[in-house]
Design a protein around this ligand. Sequence first.
Ligand code: CMP
Length: 144
Amino acid sequence: LSERTLIAVKPDGVQRRLVGQIIQRFEKRGFKLVGLKMLKAPEELLSQHYHDLSKKPFYPSLLRYMGSGPLVVMVWEGYNVVSTSRKMVGDTNPAEAPPGSIRGDFSIHISRNVVHASDSLDGAQREIQLWFNCKELTDWDCHD
Ligand code: CMP
């Protein structure tokens, strides 16, 4: 059964020209790109995206960081994509992320960890609805 997940290249990843390499990893693994947009996220959207973290001490700096430049936000589809993409991205803290993972290869500090990946099927559904409307998502099975 096919799943969808939300992957975002954060401002540090965009600024460091890592977008192409990150997309390539998901394509090579075998997932399908069904949505993609580049935007500087408004604070309101970021606060909805990170509503679970609003009480954390790092929340204000997290919102500043995520709003500091454009993001590349994507929806990827395929078998088991939520958990497989979490493994491809690596642990939240890059110091714990294994070499070979995106964070393990491209980052050193938790506050600049290059990418976001939805952490569960429910989280993915919530985040996809937040960042995309359905017309922005390609239905690969649609032939009209
Ligand atoms: P992500 O898992 O994509 O979404 C939540 C983000 O909060 C996480 O990536 C980090 O970028 C950030 N974050 C989590 N913990 C910390 C922390 N202790 N200090 C700074 N940023 C953090």
